[in-house]
Design a binder for this molecule. Structure first.
Ligand SMILES: *Cc1c(COP(=O)(O)O)cnc(C)c1O
Length: 386
């Protein structure tokens, strides 16, 4: 027996929850011979729409491509302004750029880290044609209140629900009633297909155009042509894209979707343990359900007390030295080189959140013992800095 000291196990920030069922489903898709977009994608779309209670779901290659297509079908183009939170993964702002529109960075609320009707209203101009509302790290934004500000002015609300599968809004799944909502299946999110995304929509004609655009504007899908048996000549009705999901991904997604309730229940349990272990730290801000819904806690971000907010990177370093991975808070697009020189209003809340918060480990198989190690190490780090 070695007597060498054992290094504490590494605690990652996130680990996707995948089992033999996903392995088997992917292998079956490969064995079927149908590996590109086909029957499993159609099945995944139907199952996802049913789980959300949404009218239509269109699978695509990522949430980034989902947001791009959502803006195309919403008719957004050059010279239009699209209000977005700067505080978001950069794909939110980039989607506006893909259609030639100008992203306008709006401020977020300190408690939810989401846009609010007031911050959206402050960013509207006569050129505003759309708003992309982000359900931040799974936290549902108050979309109906924002729609009430936007829709009378002809401004379309698109929901970036990348992280929000299974979060709820007024008792229903996020996206259930959305005109256009985009979801991600990247491994950092609540469900994964490796890479992948989904657009849900309440509008049948928008769904039809989304399907067309994700497959080169082609009038007949490969699956339909195959099913028809006889000769089918397709047409290309407009300039589209190749934003398809594969059947291998959809096979994994179908299994993952079946785990959604279990995954969210576990995360909410662990988030409750973080809240119990940290809420007495003076000045700390923790993510909590807003009055209008429930979060799936895709990420657990903690905003440091103001007096130590500028020591965030030191806290992360101290935790890293103890084998605990953390991440900076949600990024702010206006601070990235890609948006250098892009004009924007003052964004003090966004800057406080991005600079003064960090994301703690949270994933399905995080043990309570490991979580307690995180809580203790984090509390000690804060005490040492105070
Ligand atoms: C992850 C994420 C995206 C991008 O999702 P992909 O599927 O990786 O393209 C977009 N918006 C938000 C808010 C995200 O968190």
């Amino acid at each position: 027996m070695s007597t060498a000291p054992v290094a504490p196990t590494q605690i990652p920030i996130m680990r996707p929850y995948l089992g033999v069922e996903e392995e088997r489903a992917a292998a079956e898709a490969v064995a079927s011979g149908w590996i590109a977009q086909g029957p499993r994608v159609a099945e995944f779309e139907a199952a996802f729409a049913a789980r959300l209670g949404a009218a239509h779901a269109v699978a695509v290659s990522s949430c980034t491509t989902a947001l791009h297509l959502a803006l195309v079908v919403a008719g957004i183009g050059p010279d239009d302004e699209v209000v977005v939170p700067s505080l978001s993964f950069i794909a939110t702002a980039n989607a506006a750029r893909y259609v030639g529109a100008r992203p306008v960075f709006a401020e977020v609320d300190l408690a939810t880290a989401c846009l609010t009707p007031a911050t959206v209203e402050a960013a509207l101009t006569p050129a505003t044609r759309a708003v992309i509302v982000v359900d931040q790290a799974g936290m549902p934004a108050d979309v109906d209140a924002i729609r009430a500000v936007c829709e009378p002015r002809g401004v379309v609300v698109v929901e970036d629900a990348a992280c929000a599968a299974g979060s709820t809004y007024h008792g229903r799944p996020v996206g259930a009633d959305a005109l256009l909502a985009a979801f991600s299946f990247h491994p950092r999110k609540i469900l994964t297909t490796g890479e992948g995304g989904m657009v849900v929509t309440s509008d049948a004609s928008l769904a039809e155009r989304l399907v067309l655009l994700r497959q080169h504007g082609m009038s007949v899908s490969a699956a339909d042509r195959h099913a028809a048996g006889g000769a089918v000549i397709e047409q290309y009705l407009e300039v589209g894209f190749n934003y398809r999901m594969t059947d291998i991904q959809a096979a994994v997604g179908l299994v993952q979707l079946g785990r959604l309730d279990e995954v969210i229940a576990r995360r909410r349990h662990l988030a409750g343990r973080y809240a119990a272990g940290l809420s007495d730290v003076a000045g700390i801000l923790l993510p909590a359900d807003p009055p209008w819904g429930t979060t799936n806690h895709q990420s657990y971000w903690v905003t440091l007390p103001e007096q130590v907010a500028d020591r965030r990177n030191d806290v992360m370093q101290v935790l890293a030295e103890q084998g605990i991975s953390t991440r900076r808070g949600i990024m702010a697009s206006h601070l990235e080189p890609a948006y250098e020189g892009h004009p924007h209003a003052a964004l003090p809340v966004t800057e406080r959140l991005t600079n003064g918060s960090l994301i703690l480990p949270l994933y399905h198989e995080l043990s309570e013992a490991d979580q307690d190690r995180v809580i203790d190490a984090f509390r000690n780090a804060l005490e040492d800095l105070s």
